[in-house]
Write a protein that binds this ligand. Structure first.
Ligand code: SAH
Length: 406
């Protein structure tokens, strides 16, 4: 009996009669779709009042009348009085406006779908016989979880405009990619990947997805950046969805800016999906908060490639937290520059290799002893070096003792 249509409510007037718990929930959904929402009810939930005060919606604080439905595209009867809801539905029918009655889902002319959104895909589940909200929600949850876990091939089948999606995949643990990042992978016709990040996710892409590895490793030459840029642009111009999978966040020492620039210059649409950067997450996983009240209020993130950057040296002296990426080879120079500038020799240092992976290893030391300790444990890239009081092994235990009520 029920045909399914996705209604476009953006910019269209939706009238909600009632302003209790159920109405509040549905109102959020209409607002999320960009509908012009008018709520009619003598009393409203805090949530609806706040939305009204912020100007997100119009609230008519009185009993509803048939004329309230004028100009509406869609009506929701959501009072706790079934007789009122029935009246609202009959006003809507008389005006040929689709409606839902929350007290009796079989009465209005529309059915409430349990829905979920996955990028540009919307999934809606309705039952065609008697309404059973908990049941359709269970189906929706199962389908949504399957899609978000990468279980569905979301590549476009019809000819489409090619584009590039830069995806930050996080520090390595595949569960630390964002939901949008995961979706983008399911949409990819081509994946251009590095060595770092959640590359384990690539085992799940279909065999006919082209996977190009441009990551550098000790025994191969890195693919020059201009060649990577050209590859992204070339595939996108062939009408393919290209995912550029990167470790951490694309814009933190990831050359993401250069790739976006190359795409824009070539007229290729490009989307950036931020990632969980190793600079902040690897310390966090090792129990090191990069800021902590009364300990460090500034974080400087630097790259060892630049050697001992003056701002980084100043951070060590001034008591800020210094996080060094790509710093294993540069460690001696950075430590020496810090000590020469007056940084405390006893300043705590933590070196975390392969954070978030089963091979994670933490070396704890102090500034004056850092080079020796790193040599002794044989520290190898990829590693994050944290220099500052926040790297003190007892920090969290002592902070908890010092500020029990905050
Ligand atoms: N865009 C990335 C950084 C790329 S630069 C991000 O936001 O995380 C590469 C450097 O990142 C490595 O040399 C290392 O310093 C650091 N790194 C990346 N993943 C790491 C991990 N799992 N553990 C430790 N360091 C990591």
């Amino acid at each position: 009996m029920t045909a399914l249509f996705g209604l476009a409510l953006t910019g269209r007037r939706v009238v909600v009669v009632g302003a209790g718990k159920v109405a509040s929930r549905r109102v959020r959904r209409f607002l999320a779709e960009g509908a012009h929402v008018c709520v009619v009810a003598p009393a409203a939930s805090d949530d609806i009042r706040r939305h009204a005060q912020h100007g997100d919606l119009e609230w008519r604080d009185r009993e509803a009348a048939a004329a309230d439905l004028d100009d509406a595209w869609f009506v929701l009867a959501a009072t706790d009085d079934p007789a009122v809801n029935a009246a609202v539905v009959s006003w809507a029918d008389a005006r040929r406006i689709f409606s839902i009655d929350v007290s009796d889902g079989s009465r209005g002319s529309a059915r409430q779908a349990a829905s979920s959104q996955h990028g540009d895909l919307a999934v809606g589940v309705v039952s065609t016989e008697g309404p059973d909200p908990a049941r359709i929600r269970a189906v929706r949850d199962a389908v949504a979880a399957h899609i978000d876990a990468g279980g569905v091939d979301l590549r476009r089948r019809r000819t489409h405009e090619g584009r590039v999606i830069l995806v930050g995949s996080g520090p390595g643990d595949p569960s630390l990619i964002t939901v949008r990042g995961r979706q983008a992978l399911s949409e990819a016709d081509v994946v251009v990947t590095d060595r770092l990040g959640a590359t384990e996710l690539l085992v799940t892409v279909p065999y006919d997805v082209e996977v190009v590895n441009v990551g550098k490793s000790p025994d191969n030459h890195p693919v020059p950046q201009h060649e990577i840029n050209a590859l992204l642009v070339d595939r996108a111009k062939r009408g393919l969805v290209v995912v550029r999978l990167k470790g951490g966040d694309p814009f933190v020492f990831g050359r993401g800016g250069e790739e976006v620039h190359a795409c824009l210059e070539a007229g290729v649409p490009v989307e950036v999906v931020p990632g969980v950067t190793s600079a902040l997450s690897v310390p966090a996983l090792a129990g090191i908060p990069v800021t902590q009240r009364q300990v460090a209020g500034t974080v400087v993130i630097t790259s060892g490639h630049a050697g001992a950057d003056p701002t980084a040296v100043a951070a060590m002296v001034e008591g800020a937290t210094l996080v060094v990426l790509m710093g294993v080879n540069a460690l001696p120079g950075i430590v020496q520059a810090g000590l020469d500038a007056g940084a405390a020799p006893g300043m705590p240092v933590a070196i975390i290799e392969r954070g978030s992976t089963p091979q994670e290893r933490i070396t704890r030391t102090v500034l004056s002893d850092a080079v020796r300790s790193a040599g002794e444990t044989g520290v190898k890239p990829p590693a994050i070096i944290v220099i500052g009081q926040v790297a003190h092994p007892e920090l969290l235990a002592s902070a908890a003792a010092a500020t029990p009520h905050s």
